[in-house]
Design a protein around this ligand. Structure first.
Ligand code: G1P
Length: 292
């Protein structure tokens, strides 16, 4: 596994006005912007080429992954070793590529924009607004092992969500109850009544390039958008095998797409900050005591 596609073109309308001139993928979660965590996760799992599918107003993501030599030189001259250590990611052996999704026609359409870049090798898709955290950070490696073991067209990460939230996600119809399971079907944003389970797509996928052919045949679905889930469904209907891998008890997906989940992510990461977390914990706890 060495190539990952990271869609970051979405408008972030659920986070307005915060995202009016700043991509949601660049919002701070603790000390780092969201995309920083995603790139770290990809590198830890063996990815060395990352293609961002960007859109209008997303140039700050490109800038973030640029080398800022004048900043580095200035920090060196001033002997600011601590600050230099914070720029480690800039020196990781990974190559960045950027292409624009020129029309916002949905996640499936965004992934389709990568088709000229991918030749015949499997690739990861990591959604740019979700951080996977906790455990040993090896979700993608477990997915890759599943992909290698089974002759399949896709492996998808899943988490269990409350029943009243299934309408927000791609929901699996699993063939078995195991932690790694084959899919009988998958549905994008079903109603509670139509949901085949509470297993929701958790923002990480590995695909065989056959997905591009399925995407070409995918017509607009939920929300009038070309849905990646619908293309996966076509693969299953064509007789391809698609597997799901559940997040472990210790793995969590932090969704940065709405205020409630963004606030939770920020607070958890800030409380875990090795230098300032302890003080913040005391501050928050005093604040809460004052309220009671
Ligand atoms: C997308 C996918 C959905 C998935 C979700 C979280 O939805 O279409 O299947 O469950 O990401 O990974 P969105 O959040 O873009 O509405």
């Amino acid at each position: 596994m060495s190539i990952a596609v990271v869609p970051v073109a979405g408008l972030g309308t659920r986070l307005l006005p915060l995202t009016k001139s700043k991509p949601k993928e660049m919002l701070a979660v603790g000390r780092k912007p969201v995309v920083h965590y995603i790139v770290e996760e990809l590198i830890e799992n063996g990815v060395d080429q990352i293609l961002f599918i960007t859109g209008a107003g997303k140039t700050s993501i490109e800038n973030y992954f640029d080398l800022n030599e004048s900043l580095v030189n200035m920090l060196r001259e001033r002997g600011k070793e601590d600050a230099l250590a914070e720029l480690q990611l800039d020196y990781m052996p990974v190559k960045y590529y950027f292409t624009r999704q020129r029309q916002l026609l949905g996640l499936g359409h965004a992934v389709q924009s990568a088709s000229d870049f991918i030749t015949d090798q499997p690739f990861v898709v990591a959604l740019g607004d979700s951080i996977i955290h906790g455990g040993d950070a090896k979700l993608l490696s477990r997915m890759q092992a599943c992909f290698d073991k089974n002759e399949c067209a896709a492996v998808i990460a899943f988490e269990t969500v409350p029943k009243n939230e299934v309408y927000r996600y791609g929901i699996a119809h699993p063939k078995t109850d195991d932690d790694i399971f084959e899919l009988a079907d998958i549905v994008e944003k079903p109603t509670v009544e139509d949901a085949p389970s509470q297993l929701a797509v958790a923002a990480r996928y590995i695909f065989n390039p056959v997905i591009f052919e399925a995407l070409q045949r995918t017509t607009p679905g939920a929300g009038g958008e070309i849905q990646l889930t619908d293309a996966i469904r076509l693969l299953i209907q064509d007789g391809h095998r698609v597997y799901g891998v559940r997040l472990t008890e210790n793995e969590r997906r932090f969704d940065i797409g709405s205020f409630p989940s963004y606030y939770r992510a920020f607070i958890e990461f800030a409380l875990a900050d090795p230098m300032y977390g302890e003080d913040l914990r005391k501050y928050v706890s005093d604040l809460l005591k004052g309220e009671s």
